[in-house]
Design a protein around this ligand. Structure first.
Ligand code: GLN
Length: 476
């Protein structure tokens, strides 16, 4: 495992070139094809760009961007001009982006190379990557297990060393949960920290682009490059971007909260509980304050999330009507038939379930009972979380109540799958930044993760403490 610093040192010494690095990744993509992490590999293009960057480096070594040395993959929900983007759905079959997402533009401007587009759950709806027209991606730690979702292919692409980092999206845990299942670092920044322009929308008040990697410094640097105001996304924040990648020593004693209701939740795996408590004990032994706080809303998070996100999705996905985008049923004769058949055939069962649920909770007569009620629950959760974070630096939680599921294990009962997001959704409900850190190995041999959440725009301290914790607490 290499960090960008090491790669850049090798490039400086002349012991490697970008072309050699890209070729090595391409060879690994080829040898790990069965993991189904990629839906498209930009082999030729990536080599071409590597050659150009090597040339630029040879001529003007002082003019290289901050990300010279970075090869990344992008989730199939991010627009990249001239490249297909399908959200792993038939409805967008063959659709090519007309413009590039701001986040990607900023990475390219700093000399990063994009190696391919990764598999995911359709429209980022799911926790296993099984809801994809391309079939599931497989966990490289155990191919009988899912990598998590929805950014499953992104996680596997990093896990299998086919790129340095990957971009995913996180609406309810889709970066952090696959990171936990695959033993990676997964960051969901504060809502609005990274522009969503060019990210296919699932639930706009929850969506945020996130980063998966093996090193905190790489993840922090990508955030630093992508973060900041964008006039194309009115929800992007104008707050100054801090030097996230500087990662100074964490010298303070942290005040950390955890919820008894989370650690003792009925759904939590016994070994995850034990290892989480063990981590808390090590933090305490290192002099940090770690205390249980009252959070009475844990079991309301998932119901409120599924009312609000499906409502937003039902509106966002109405644009895929068979008229303006990609797939259109070839036999449909009337306008009505075109809508009906194209959407029936184009969307997966899960996506249709969510569109229908969202339409229902927004409909006259049910709006107040479901949608308005869920908004109130969201407000209560936000206020309580803010109150906790006014007295504590971080909230610590497992990332997932279980290690990676077996393939097919959760597909029969959607509600069971929804409930597995119990620990990750709070950060999206409240807009807080949160990160998954590798906690260790489960007794089954699978990777496990732990999650830290901080107050809005506290990415600098979240990453600095994560770095401290990764090196001093989790490696023991
Ligand atoms: N698993 C969650 C869902 O299905 C989260 C998805 C996400 O973050 N995109 O909605």
């Amino acid at each position: 495992m290499q960090t960008l610093h090491q790669i850049q040192a090798d490039l400086n010494r002349g012991t490697t070139t970008m072309l050699a690095i890209v070729e090595e990744y391409l060879a690994r993509i080829e040898s790990s094809k069965k993991l189904n992490a990629y839906v498209e590999v930009y082999a030729e293009e990536a080599c071409q760009r590597a050659i150009e960057l090597d040339k630029k480096y040879g001529e003007h070594p002082d003019k290289m961007g901050k990300l010279f040395g970075v090869v990344l993959s992008i989730k199939d929900v991010l627009c990249y001009a001239g490249h297909e983007v399908t959200a792993a759905s038939k409805i967008l079959e063959g659709f090519k982006s007309l413009y590039t997402a701001t986040a990607i533009e900023r990475l390219l401007a700093e000399d990063a190379i994009i190696i391919g587009r990764t598999n995911c759950d359709q429209f980022a709806m799911g926790s296993t990557n099984e809801n994809s027209v391309y079939g599931p991606s497989l966990n490289a730690a155990d191919i009988t297990k899912v990598p998590g979702g929805s950014s499953g292919g992104s996680a596997v692409s990093v896990q299998a060393d086919t790129c340095l980092v990957s971009l995913g999206s996180d609406t309810g845990g889709s970066v952090r949960q696959p990171a936990a299942f695959c033993g990676l670092i997964g960051l969901k920044p504060t809502y609005g920290r990274i522009s969503r322009y060019g990210l296919l929308a699932y639930a706009s008040s929850f969506d945020q682009i996130g980063i998966l990697g093996k090193n905190i410094e790489d993840v922090a640097l990508l955030l630093e490059v992508m973060a900041g105001e964008d006039k194309m996304d009115s929800t992007s924040s104008s707050r100054a971007v801090e030097k996230y990648a500087s990662l100074p020593e964490y010298t303070k004693k942290a005040r950390i909260a955890y919820f008894d209701t989370a650690i003792n939740h009925a759904s939590i795996d016994a070994d995850i509980r034990r290892q989480t408590l063990d981590c808390i004990a090590r933090l305490k032994a290192a002099g940090h304050t770690v205390e249980a706080v009252d959070f009475p809303y844990l079991d309301y998070i998932i119901p409120a999330y599924y009312v609000l996100t499906t409502a937003e999705a039902s509106s966002n996905l109405s644009r895929y009507d068979g008229i303006r985008y990609a797939y259109r049923d070839p036999e449909a004769k009337t306008l009505q038939e075109t809508y009906e058949k194209s959407r029936t055939e184009g969307f997966s069962k899960e996506v249709k379930r969510r569109i229908m649920l969202g339409t229902f909770v927004l409909s006259a007569g049910y709006y107040d009972a479901y949608y308005a009620k869920a908004q109130k629950v969201r407000r209560l959760i936000q206020e309580k979380t803010l109150e906790i974070l006014s007295r504590h630096d971080f909230i610590l939680m497992p990332t997932s109540p279980s290690p990676a599921f077996g393939l097919g294990e959760k597909t029969k009962d959607p509600v069971e799958m929804y409930l597995a997001d119990i620990y990750t959704v709070q950060a999206n409900m409240t807009g807080m930044p949160a990160i998954n850190l590798p906690l260790g190995t489960h007794e089954s041999g699978l990777p496990l993760g732990i999650q830290l959440m901080a107050n809005k725009f506290e990415e600098a301290s979240l990453l600095t403490f994560s770095n401290y914790m990764y090196k001093n607490i989790l490696s023991k």
